[in-house]
Design a protein around this ligand. Structure first.
Ligand code: B12
Ligand code: SF4
Length: 572
């Protein structure tokens, strides 16, 4: 019997509330005829010490360790883990899968991972296990593995990509198997109470009771669980990593069966669709809505394209129990939407937000700031446009979520950063940058590659400025007294004082105070000195079209280590 230990990777300071879906799919996707015993150690949830990891591996004694790395920024952890495993268990074969495989060249040359799996596990992982069994788990001659599609391995001293494997429609679309995974880990982080942690961390500036009023009475004490109705996306934004081509939809009857089982087994009263792009398939979504209308459930979706909705659809969804949907708004400046290749207009974005506010569906516009072309003027456009849709009713949840763009390997914005020299040319330069992303939140300026013509420190006030200006606009609409009485969070209290100052003065003060707060007075002086001395060439300000198109015109020289992997690094 072959023993396989699956590990996931911690991301962020706290264990995630998103279930280890990839682990569940990989687990179930392993061909039963291979006679494997499979185990899973939830590193993200338990956050074990090295000693605990060592004990677990020693006790279980696997021939293969499969690492699921869905977030490339967690590379630094993978590197340490892989070296630790090789040092203590030199005979164990290490296989890495998940989106991080996009940097297979770095992984194979800088860690002790033996194979990277590009794309979906099924059937690639099973094909690899079969060959390893034949090789008695001693993969000495890598030529023996080059006919297995979907692998990256070291051929000689260079990473070699064996070519794409076809997607396995059924296995690759599996739902998270709660029963199976509960044999290895607590589910407390994944089956949330509807009024629990999930919305508590997302509705930071709002009264939670306003949101809970939208939930059907019967469901208020029930649980919420994660479901998928599709996979992939119809778009390819220039900051998004797309490993899989196209958009696939789950069989609706299977989705409904899955939800019905969760209702019974896990006391579920609300489901959250966790895919990247919910609802694009009109026929499948209507069928799902027919079910929801009679199910007594509430539901939400973490990511919907604004193009998918109109007034009739939002109304229908709300009547079918929808209480929350998020759109990838990103910006409300048309220039920036074009740079990101969102293929949406400012008006479509505003309309989607407006419709949610109007029909009682909570939405949290998410913004991505700092792409090439972003200036104080484009930020002002975003603020101005968002201010125009502030809800009329003070009880409607009004939240916003802001991140600085993060250049992730495999995306056009990452390639752009390499080609213009923001990331150095060597493998070590790339690795150093990727390591710097570990455990840094995207709303934190530290990870940010400066794609603007401002000094980096000057940008630290941007996210506060957007938030406070929107609160100022909110106060203008609803009046000081009403806001004071109803909005009791700290940011609204600050907003009430902020609004008292004239706009230019508050902007000036906020900018300088934030530089001092985050970098010290010395840096503030340095910033102003540098600004006066530098001949600003305005190289980023004028960027006004898709980054994908721009990189196609920029020269590129591939290093030897990326010759065979560049094809998937560029993405679809
Ligand atoms: C959930 C999620 C999160 C959660 C992660 C929770 C967790 N720790 O599990 C949270 C909210 C924390 C998160 C944060 C971020 N995320 Co996120 N997130 C996702 C999301 C929506 C689902 C990921 C997931 O679970 N997929 C699992 C399933 C659904 O994937 P799957 O493709 O079916 O898995 C197959 C293969 O990957 C493969 N496979 C996977 N593991 C293994 C293991 C082995 C051994 C093998 C053989 C195969 C294999 O086989 C699987 C089955 O077929 C994805 C989008 C998406 N739909 O994938 C983005 C995504 C993973 N996130 C992304 C990004 C960029 C981020 C952020 C960096 C955003 C930001 N700028 O802040 C942050 C990172 C923060 C940090 N601290 O590091 C990118 C990752 C790109 C990349 N190359 O890294 C994605 C792909 C979105 C995108 N399209 O750009 N994210
Ligand atoms: S950011 Fe959203 S809309 Fe754009 S490609 Fe990624 S998943 Fe699709």
């Amino acid at each position: 019997m072959t023993k396989i230990l699956l590990l996931n990777i911690p991301s962020g300071p706290f264990p995630s509330d998103y279930p280890p879906v990839a682990i569940s799919r990989v687990f179930e996707g392993i061909d039963p005829s291979l006679n494997c015993d499979i185990s899973f150690f939830n590193l993200d949830y338990y956050r074990p010490s090295e000693e605990e990891i060592k004990n677990r591996i020693q006790t279980y004694s696997p021939q293969i360790i499969g690492i699921s790395a869905i977030l490339t920024p967690a590379y630094a952890y993978v590197k340490e883990l892989s070296n630790f495993i090789r040092k203590n268990f030199p005979k164990v074969v290490q296989v890495l899968g998940g989106q991080m495989a996009v940097i297979s060249n770095i992984i194979l040359l800088k860690t002790k991972i033996d194979f990277c799996v590009v794309g979906e596990s099924e059937p690639i992982f099973s094909n690899l296990i079969r060959r390893l069994q034949e090789d008695t788990f001693k993969p000495k001659n890598m030529e023996n593995y080059t006919d297995i599609k979907g692998l990256v391995l070291l051929k000689g001293n260079n990473p070699y990509f064996t070519g794409y494997e076809k997607e396995d429609f059924h296995n690759g679309m599996r739902q998270f198997n709660y029963k199976l995974i509960s044999r290895f880990t607590s589910l407390e982080n994944y089956i949330h109470k509807i009024d629990g942690q999930y919305f508590e961390v997302r509705l930071i500036n709002s009264d939670m009771s306003d949101f809970l009023n939208l939930i059907y009475q019967n469901n208020r004490n029930k649980n919420m669980a994660t479901v998928f109705a599709s996979k992939g996306c119809v778009n390819k934004c220039s900051f998004c990593h797309r490993f899989f081509k196209g958009y696939r939809v789950n069989v609706v009857d299977e989705v409904i069966d899955y939800i019905e089982n969760m209702k019974k087994d896990l006391n579920v009263g609300m489901v959250m669709f966790a895919e990247e792009n919910f609802g694009t398939h009109i026929r499948a979504t209507s069928k799902l809505m027919e079910y929801f209308k009679t199910s007594g459930l509430n539901w939400g979706a973490g990511a919907v394209r604004v193009k998918t909705v109109n007034e009739q659809i939002i109304k229908e969804w709300q009547e079918a129990g929808c209480v929350h949907i998020n759109f990838g708004i990103e910006s409300l400046s048309q220039k920036m939407l074009d740079v990101m290749e969102k293929r949406s207009t400012v008006e479509e974005n505003l309309n989607a937000i407006r419709l949610c506010y109007k029909h009682g569906v909570v939405t949290i516009p998410g913004l991505v700031i700092g792409m090439p072309g972003e200036t104080e003027e484009t930020l002002e456009e975003t603020i101005h446009n968002l201010a125009s849709v502030i809800p009329d009713d003070i009880k409607v949840t009004f939240e916003i979520y802001i991140n600085y763009v993060q250049a992730i390997p495999g995306t056009p914005i990452y390639e752009y950063a390499r080609r213009i020299g923001l990331i150095g040319p060597t493998l070590e330069d790339e690795e150093k940058y990727i390591e710097s992303l570990y455990d840094v939140d995207a709303n934190d300026l530290r990870h940010f590659l400066n794609f603007t013509d401002y000094e980096k420190e000057e940008l630290v006030y941007w996210k506060y400025y957007i938030t406070l200006e929107l609160i100022a606009a909110y106060i203008k609409k609803h009046g000081y007294i009403k806001v004071f009485k109803y909005k009791k969070t700290r940011v609204y209290r600050i907003g009430l004082i902020y609004k008292l100052l004239p706009r230019n003065i508050r902007k000036f003060l906020l900018k300088n105070l934030m530089i001092v707060k985050y970098f010290g007075i010395g840096k503030l002086i340095h910033v102003y000195k540098k600004k006066n001395l530098s001949q600003n060439t305005k190289k980023f300000k004028d960027v006004n079209r898709s980054i994908r198109k721009i990189i196609q015109e920029l020269p590129v020289t591939l290093r030897e280590d990326e010759v065979s992997t560049a094809i998937f690094k560029r993405g679809h």
